[in-house]
Design a protein around this ligand. Sequence first.
Ligand code: PHE
Length: 355
Amino acid sequence: MSDLKKIKDEFILKLKNKSNLSEINQIKSDLFGKNGLISLQFKKIGTIADSERKKFAADLNGIKNELQDLISLKIIEIENADINEKLEKEKIDITLPERAFVRGRIHPVSQTIDEISSIFSEIGFSVEEGPDVENEYNNFTALNTPDNHPARDMHDTFYLDEKKQKLLRTHTSPVQIRTMLKDKPPFKIIAPGRTYRSDSDQTHSPMFHQVEGLHIDKNINMGHLKGCLNYFIKEFFEVEKIKMRFRPSHFPFTEPSAEVDIGYEIKDGKIVIGEGDKWLEILGCGMVHPNVLKNVKVDPVKFQGYAFGIGIDRLAMLKYGINDLRAFFDCDYRWLNHFGFDPLDVPTNYRGLSR
Ligand code: PHE
């Protein structure tokens, strides 16, 4: 067997059982390096007799190409094996069950605000917003509240500066002022939001929620106010009939003023709304005082209307059977899980508010 054939066979064998690239590099240099076997054969060409040289050179080139091709193929084979091994190791088993993940719940107060907005939007009210930090003018003065009014007392109001110019709004009524200063009548808006008073026990929290209502137009009277609130309460509690009473009251920004109670009874430990002989106060309302309209440059001879302020937390407690107001603000995840709502259950009038 010629030297060339020997080299070739020997290296084909060697290549066969190699499995990593550094071994292949070694083989490459053994063959084609400076003193590699093939390189030495090339150096020999000059010493070979003329008659055989041509054949020898052709054979040598042939073997060199063959070995180079085999090495290239081997490299591809090793690289593929590496990739396959990686793929095998890093395989994701998609048949495994998903890790339990917890979907958040919508807080009953947020749900109630959405329900209220949905009900009022059906009868033409749009939604306005105002800031939690108010000035004294919008919260009191423009609302016809005299300087000596008890609500202005430090014990009731959180003031933010010594001059008592900035405060945390004590009700959503300043949004009436903001709305009327911004636009021209008629107005038909609700304004849900946070309100603050220095008060804390089972039924009072220093931060609570109200929704303000304001409807100003030509020829609006107390009958419209009653009809609107009657419609709202029935829709909100999802009942056909509701027992409701207007009790005379006093607010500086409405004249006449009233508080509204709804009838209820306790049946089998559960509160039933709209029946029975017990009364529960849920909102304050009245016809907007002419002084308020003058303060926002609306002519009280041409325009009149009503306003109301509803306690949202109280409505939510009644509707969803929650008996301690403080639980709303405890951030207890178990409580939220029980009383909260699915994020996809967006309240709408046509689909049902709370189902
Ligand atoms: N702002 C009043 C309160 O907080 C409620 C109210 C609003 C009364 C609008 C009359 C008209 O008690």
